[in-house]
Design a protein. Structure first.
Length: 178
């Protein structure tokens, strides 16, 4: 994808769209803090349709004993339940960390229009860091991707969590890497 470094375009539509992206990313960051407080890797996600949050989720694989309980998956499940459809066209996902392959697959199946993420994931990211599944022409659905929204804040919450975990201090929880 054309755009800033790493192929991720900046927020589209000018400053109003950028402010909207930042506003919804702040909701995702609040959910990331809830994940951290629960001892999970601090990742949060919201799904928005027509300017309204219709789905929320934060990482919960440890507490739920469910390897699929990533923030994106839980937000997708919440939105699908609320909207009464597993397809979510016209919806936008805001997530604090670049989605992994499992989440990217679910995003494609849900037919989301757009994915907005905060910080890159150099180990499992599929929006250009490791792979770029959303640009793969052989796949049948392609959400538009915007990365780097509130990247510093999204990076800081993860860095602080893993720093505390390495030191065995508060906020370390028992979380395994995402």
């Amino acid at each position: 994808m054309a755009g800033d470094e790493g192929g991720i375009p900046p927020s589209e539509g000018g400053s109003e769209a950028a402010r909207s992206d930042e506003s919804f990313m702040k909701h995702a960051l609040a959910l990331a803090r809830a994940a951290r407080d629960a001892g999970e890797v601090p990742v949060g996600a919201v799904i928005v349709r027509d300017g309204e949050i219709v789905g929320r989720g934060f990482n919960a694989p440890i507490g739920t004993h469910d390897p699929s309980a990533h923030a994106e998956i839980l937000a997708l499940r919440d939105a699908a339940r609320r909207l009464g459809n597993y397809r979510l066209p016209g919806c936008v996902l805001y997530v604090t960390v670049e989605p992994c392959a499992m989440c990217a697959g679910a995003i494609m199946h849900a037919r989301l229009a757009r994915v907005v993420f905060g910080t890159r994931d150099p180990k499992t990211g599929t929006c250009g860091s490791v792979l770029d599944l959303f640009a793969e022409p052989r796949l049948n659905h392609h959400a538009r991707v915007t990365g780097g929204v509130l990247a510093q804040e999204c990076t800081e919450i993860l860095s602080a969590f893993f720093c505390a975990r390495r030191k065995g201090g508060a906020g370390a929880g028992t979380a395994e890497p995402r």
